[in-house]
Design a protein around this ligand. Sequence first.
Ligand code: ADP
Ligand code: MG
Length: 793
Amino acid sequence: MLQLKNVAKSYVTGDFTQVALNKVSLNFRKSEFVAILGQSGSGKTTLLNVIGGLDKYDSGDLIINGQSTKNFKDKDWDAYRNNSVGFIFQSYNLISHLSIVDNVEMGMTLSGVSSSVKHKNAVEALERVGLKDHLHKKPNQLSGGQMQRVAIARALANDPDIILADEPTGALDTETSEQIMELIKEIAKDKLVIMVTHNPELAYKYANRIVNFSDGNIKSDSNPFDSEEVLEGYKLKKTSMSFVTALKLSGKNILTKKWRTAIISFASSIGIIGIALVLALSNGFNKQISSFETDTMSNYPITIDKTAMNLQMSKSSSEKVNLKKYTGKKNIYSYDSSKDNQAHTNDITQKYIDYLNKMDKSLLDGVTYTRSINMNILKMNADKATLLNTSKVNFQTFPSNPDKIESNYLKENYDLLDGSYSSNKTDLMLVVDEYNRLDTSMLKELGIDTPDGKSINFKDIIGKQYKLIMNNDYYVKTGNIYTVNGVATDLSKLYNSDKAVTLKISGIVRAKESSKAASLSSGIAYSDELAQHFINDAVNSEVVKAQQGADYNVLTGGMLATDSTKASQANSMKPGMNAGMGSGSMSANIAPETKDSVLASLGATSIPKSIALYPKNFEAKKSIKTYLDKWNKGLKEKNKIEYSDLSATMTSLTGGIMNGITLVLVAFAAISLVVSMIMISIIIYISVLERTKEIGILRALGARKKDVSRVFNAETFIIGACSGLMGIGIAYLLTIPANSIIYSATELKNVAQLKPSHAITLVIVSVVLTMLAGIIPARMAAKKDPVEALRSE
Ligand code: ADP
Ligand code: MG
C-alpha cells in the first residue's frame, strides 16, 4: 500500500544541517496499526509529514499504491492529502470558529461532496467517536478528549485509506488516552494507521507493529513487510474549494470578530460616504437645474431674428494676426471691420414661414411674428375722431398658434381680469402691470378717461372701440405724396365709414404671478390674424404700389437711403459722429428710412422681422429645435436660418460648472478610499497571521494554495461589501439632515438624492478596491508552508 524507499530529509538552518530522515525504507500493509516509537527530536513527525504529503522529501521515493510520487505536482499532493490521508494531531488542530460538524465536513467540502452526503457522513463519523450530541458546539466548548475525538471523526469522514496520528494522546490524561487508543485500534481494523508516539506503554498495548526510530533511522521493526499490496480502483480525486465555501468559512470567521469588522468597515466606508454624498448633492442640483429649465426656462421662446448673433464664431481678426493690446509700437494697423462682424443674416422667406406653419402645433404655446407694420387706427374721443399713435400704446401681437386666434400662451401666462380672451381677430387685449397700472399718457392715447384722475372701472374699458382703416381709404394722393384722408378737416367720416374695421378691447389681462415667460408690455396686444388681414389688403393698395415705383418716401416726400447696406452702416455710426446733425445720441439708434422699411410699415410684406416660438414644455422645445435644424440640413452656411435659445446657453453653462465641481469633490473623497485600501491591506495581513493555523489545517485537509487565497479574497469581499453597504446606508441617512440644512439655507427641497445606480456602483467599487487591497496578503497566505503553518500558535 505505502512504501518508503531511502527517503531522506534534512533541515538547513544557517550553516547547520539537521538530518531528520536518514534514508528511511519502510513498507506498510493496507491495514495494520503501526506505532513509531522514538525519542523527541528523532524525526518521527518529519516521517509522518512526508508520508502524509505535507512535507516534501529531499531524495528517495514514496510509493503510493504502486505509484512513485517523484513527479507529483502540487495538485496531486493536495488530492492525496484530501482523499487518501486522515491526519490526527497532538493539538487537535480544529478550526475554532467552525462548529464541530462543520470541522468534520471540511475535508469533504474541499473535494466537492454534495452537502447532504457530506452531512450524513459527518454525523456518522461523529456518532462513531461518540459525539453525536455535540454536533453544533464550537471546539472550545469541548474537553481535550472530545476535541481529539472530533479530529478522529474528521480524519475518518472522507473515508481515507491511511490515518496518520502524531502523538494523538500527548495532551490527554491516562484514562482519556486509553479511550482514544481503543478508538484508533478499532479504526485500524480496515485501514492503515500509522501512529507516532514516545509512549512505549501505549504503543505496545494497542499497536500490532512497533517501529523503533532514532536519529532519523529505523532501529527495529517488530513485524516487517516485504511484498507489495495494491488496492484495486485507487484513483485520486482533485480538490477545489468553491467561492461560496470560502465565503462561508470567512463569514464564520468574521462573525467571531464582529466589532472589529464593523469598525474596519466603517473606517473604510468613509470614502464611499464622501463620494456618495457628493454624487447625491450634484445629482440633486442637476435635477434642480433641469427642473428649473423644464418649469420655466423652457417657456422662454426660441427666436429667429433677421440678424442673429453667432456666439461660437471664430476669433476676431485682431487676434488672428497676433496683435497685442495696448502696444507701445508706433504703428497703425489696418483691418477689415466687416470681417469682425459676428452677426449672421437670416434670410427669412415665405417658404420658411410656410415651413414653420407646418410644425406640429401641439409643440407650441404660441408664435409671435414681429412686424414693422404700422396699421391705420382711429379712435373716437369726445365725438372727435383722431389718429391712434400705435407706438405710444405698445401695439403688439401676442403669441398664438398660426391660423388660430385663441392663445394657449395667454391662458398659460396671463390672468384674465375681465372680459374674455381674444376669440376674434378684431378683439384687442389690454395688458396691465402687476399693480393693474397703465401709464397715464398711454391711457390718454387710448382715449380712456380717468374721471377721478386715478382709477377706471374695468367696465368702462371692456368694449372700447377703435377703427382700422385700410390703406386705400386711409390715404389720398395729394400731388406726389399720400396724405391721410381728411386729416386736416374731419376724420370722423373715415371713422364712421362702413369699410372701417371695428376693433374692440375684449379683455384685460395681467401676467400671472408665477409666470416666468410673460413677455407682453403694458398696452394693447392683438392677434397676428389682424396684421395678416391688414397686409392682405395692403399689398395691393395704391400707396404701396406708388411706393414701390418711387425713389422717395411717398408719405413725406423725403429722401430714402438707397439700400440696406447703407442703412446698416449708418446704423452703426457712433453717437459722437451724429452730434453735428443736431439730434444727439438718439438718432444713432434710429435706422434711416429705406424703401424696404417704408414698404414694410405700409404692410407691403408678410415676412416678419422676427419670429418667437414659445414651446409647450422642455421636451417640446427639443423637438422644435430638431425641426428647425432639419431646415438647415445641407444648406450653405450663409443660407442657414439660425435661431437663438438663451436659456439653453445658460443652463448648459451651469450644468458644466456643476460637473466640474463634482469631479473635484469626488477626487478629494477618493483620497480617503486610497487610505482605506492601505488600511484594508494591513488588516488582511493581520488576519493572515491570525489564521495561519487555519491555513495549515486547510492545507492538511487537501486545500490547494488557490483555495487558501480564495479564503482571504472572500474575507476582503465580505469587508468590501459591508463597508460599501454601510457607506451607502450612512450616506443615505446623512442626506436627511443635509437636505434640511440646504432647505433652510436655500429653500430648495430634497436637493441631496442618491441615485440607485450610483449606490450600486459605489458598493461594487468598494468590493473591487477592497479585494485589490487584499490580493497581496492573500498571496502571502497561499504561499505559507503547511507544516510551519500548523506549528504556529
Ligand atoms: P520528533 O517529532 O521525533 O520529535 P521532528 O521530526 O519534529 O522530531 O524533528 C526531527 C529533527 O528535525 C529535530 O532535530 C528538529 O529540531 C528538526 N526540525 C524539524 N523541523 C525543522 C525545521 N522546520 N527547521 C529546522 N529543523 C527542524
Ligand atoms: Mg514530533
